[in-house]
Design a protein around this ligand. Structure first.
Ligand code: ATP
Ligand code: MG
Length: 497
């Protein structure tokens, strides 16, 4: 077979390829031992003492790892990794499965078919993929994977944190997996550069922070990329917004309001931003700037830009600010900034102010009011010695709408505010809520009960824009009907309470 070493019987022709992290299983003890075994015949003696079966009860036992290491070492001895790396994923997997099955037989490992399958999968994942993370990466229901050192891995599913039984052999194996992930985007993570952002081939966003900064072993955080991106319809189905709020968001997106999406970590900002781009006309030229490309725009005339961290010598960094500035020379009609977190805020506001209506960005903050002060602080941090009032005027002149996303304590994600930035009164920025989510209590299962309601504003500030786009009918209907029904469509009495 192809990946199998030539000269299996003697071992004289066997030569191990240099051990590259991208080729070798992240199980370092096995790899480290492999060269020493060059001296012994490849085929293990046929009569071996039976090896204890691995215990497969979710959280794997030490014996499981012992058996795995034994089989793994024999595998490394038998296959030629350079040849194997030339095979297609499926063929390589098949090859490894064949050899591992043989090794299990020869070594006389006592195990059930199911246990054998588990071991086979595990070893394939180690050699070809991201080791113990593979089963988690294959699941589409997981939002985040959080590895806190070799022994502890959490996931977020349906808004809830769960501890998993995924475990790495040791921190070295975990570090090798991290290295393998980041090396695919040409980066390195080690003691000298212990922080690294990367992206998996499927688009998932990855952050690694390694020792000595991470005290208990490498911390790896993955925001899983959703293959089927969420749409506004689905957000309605999940109860994150109501049908009327959806209509209002669609109109806001279409009529080229400048939008800021505000929210805490993992509150659904990027998802909302993605949704807000759906109503954009197909002819519009859109330029997106992101730290790690997550947005999935459907419009054909889209240019995607990504920032770049400095290299090992500390050179070559391209910041968000560089991208936003460059955007302006690319004849954009809309500029979309994945996350505004620094001095690029100034450039984005400038762009919004100067004919790039319909630009959007997200920002970390807990309320629309806080979003304004965060924006102000970012501009001040950029070294502009402008009076506060001038900065606020600039903000109110640029941003039309703030949409607030929140992750509630029951794990559900809601749009809690659709707020207009009206203007200034003296030194104070005036905001006007169009739509709010009110928490009313919680049921016996801890699920939060509440309702979305319109605040009774019949003519929002962007009314004229809506008229220009022929959307006033839809807009006033959505605003009026959400005053009269709750999120389940039931009639409400007092809606302004
Ligand atoms: N309304 C929603 N209902 C259910 N799941 C959601 C909703 N919005 C977002 N999610 C899921 O929550 C996770 C986090 O969403 P998202 O990446 O949009 O958050 P974020 O605020 O941009 O996070 P970060 O601050 O890390 O950038 C994703 O897996 C996403 O699919
Ligand atoms: Mg995000």
């Amino acid at each position: 077979m192809f990946g199998r070493r030539s000269g299996e019987s003697g071992g004289a022709m066997r030569k191990l390829a240099p051990v590259e992290p991208s080729q070798v299983a992240p199980n370092t003890p096995a790899v480290a031992e492999a060269p020493a075994k060059e001296q012994v015949p490849a085929a293990p003696p046929p009569q071996q003492q039976p090896v204890a079966a691995p215990v497969s009860d979710g959280r794997r036992s030490e014996e499981y790892y012992d058996v795995k290491t034994t089989v793994f070492n024999a595998l490394i001895d038998t296959i030629d990794l350079t040849q194997l790396s030339k095979l297609e994923g499926a063929a390589a997997r098949e090859e490894i499965r064949d050899i591992v099955s043989e090794i299990i037989q020869i070594k006389n490992v006592v195990m059930s078919i199911a246990e054998q399958e588990e071991l086979l999968e595990d070893i394939c994942n180690d050699v070809l993929g991201y080791g113990p993370l593979e089963p988690l990466l294959a699941r589409d229901d997981i939002a985040d994977i959080m590895v806190n050192g070799a022994a502890v891995t959490f996931i977020e599913v349906d808004g809830h944190m769960q501890e998993t039984n995924v475990r790495f052999a040791d921190n070295m194996q975990l570090m090798n997996v991290c290295q393998r992930i980041v090396s695919q985007v040409g980066r390195r993570v080690d003691e000298s550069s212990p922080i690294c952002d990367a992206r998996l081939p499927d688009g998932s966003r990855v952050n690694v922070i390694a020792p000595p900064l991470a005290i208990d072993g490498p911390a790896l955080t993955i925001r899983k990329f959703k293959k089927d991106r969420l749409t506004l319809e689905q957000l309605v189905k999940f109860g994150s917004i109501t049908e009327d709020a959806k209509t209002i968001l669609e109109i806001i997106g279409r009529v080229r309001c400048n939008i800021l999406i505000s929210g805490g970590t993992g509150s659904g900002k990027t998802t909302l931003l993605n949704c807000m781009t759906a109503p954009i006309d197909l002819e519009e030229r859109i330029i997106t700037c992101e730290d790690s490309a997550e947005l999935q725009l459907q419009q054909p005339h889209t240019v995607r830009l990504e920032t770049r961290p400095p290299n090992l010598e500390g050179e070559g960094e391209i910041t968000m600010r560089d991208l936003v500035k460059n955007c302006l020379r690319m004849r954009p009609e809309r500029i979309i900034v994945g996350e505004v977190r620094g001095p690029e805020a100034f450039d984005l506001l400038q762009a919004m102010n100067t004919g790039h209506d319909g630009s959007m960005g997200t920002l970390h903050s807990n309320s629309p009011r806080e979003a304004i002060s965060r924006l102000e602080a970012m501009i001040m941090m950029g070294g502009y010695s402008l009076p506060s009032k001038t900065i606020r005027e600039m903000i109110t002149g640029s941003i039309d709408i703030i949409i607030q996303a929140s992750r509630l304590r029951d794990g559900s994600r809601k749009v809690t505010h659709i707020t207009e930035v009206i203007g200034m009164e003296e030194d104070v920025v005036i905001l006007q809520n169009l739509f709010v989510y009110e928490i009313q209590g919680e049921d016996e299962n801890g699920k939060i009960l509440g309702r979305h309601r319109s605040t009774g504003i019949a003519r929002p500030q962007f009314w004229e824009r809506a008229r220009y786009y022929g959307e006033t009918g839809r807009l006033s209907q959505a605003l009026a009907s959400s005053e009269q029904v709750d999120e389940n469509g039931n009639p409400l009495g007092d809606t302004n309470g």
